[in-house]
Ligand binder design. Structure first.
Ligand code: FMN
Length: 220
């Protein structure tokens, strides 16, 4: 192992890489509705991702119905109480904590649009396909100037009787299960920033000469 390698200098940053680097989770939204042309572009991005065997397994619902989103957000939050994540808490920049009983009743943070990705129950690549779609949606939102946040527990949300009812009303078959949600809207005062490079990932570069550990300073 050595740290003597050359990752070069970047004179002109690639705009798409910079877009990826400045994406971050947004959990505060204005009430401004998201225009139809933006929703169309989110759908376009969502179906462009890779998927195992080109089988197009995920289904996507973008819900802009305010009352329904708040109801689903509450179902999602309460599905926290009684499962393996029951002591899960989110703490963000200003020290606010969201957890069941801590005053956070809408897991979608009041977002005007909530994306839900569904996948076929029991299909081995359903989660991977859905995750690729989710990532494209997160980046598309960022590119459009929208804020977005990945929200888990879609599976539990749509297991509830009311969740099932909503799922059927959207035309999803019984054997499609919730994979994840994405809360989407115009960000309320959270400027884009590059994530702290002091990551804990193990990053390794291997070439014909050696194996290198890539330290955070190389990625600033
Ligand atoms: C699988 C997964 C589940 C997540 N679930 C939630 C969630 O339920 N609620 C939430 O506010 N954020 C959730 N997040 C967002 C993460 O907290 C966030 O991505 C992480 O803190 C890194 O911050 P960043 O997205 O700003 O880079 C989730 C992210 C992933 C990938």
């Amino acid at each position: 192992m050595s740290d003597d390698f050359d990752l070069g200098e970047i004179s002109t940053p690639n705009p798409f890489i910079e877009l990826i680097r400045t994406r971050h989770s947004v959990r505060r939204f204005t009430s401004e509705p998201v225009p139809g042309t933006y929703l169309r572009q989110i759908f376009q991005a969502a179906v462009a991702g890779p998927d195992a065997g080109n089988l197009r397994s995920p289904s996507l619902v973008l819900c802009c119905a305010t009352a329904l989103n708040r109801e689903l957000g509450t179902l999602n939050r309460f599905s926290l109480v009684d499962n393996e994540y029951s002591d899960y808490k989110i703490e963000w920049e200003d020290g606010t904590v969201a957890a069941p009983g801590a005053g956070a009743t809408d897991a979608f943070y009041g977002a005007p649009v909530v994306a839900t990705i569904f996948g076929p129950d029991g299909y081995s690549f359903a989660t991977e396909d859905a995750t690729c779609m989710a990532m494209d949606i997160l980046l598309a939102c960022h590119a459009l100037g929208l804020g977005a946040c990945y929200i888990t527990r879609a599976y539990e949300t749509f297991l509830t009787p009311r969740g099932r009812e909503i799922k059927y009303s959207w035309g999803l078959p019984d054997d499609y299960i919730g994979k994840m949600h994405i809360a989407i809207g115009f960000p309320d005062g959270t400027p884009p920033h590059i994530k702290d490079p002091n990551y804990e990932h193990l990053l390794v570069l291997v070439n014909d000469q050696d194996t290198f550990i890539v330290e955070p300073e190389y990625l600033r």
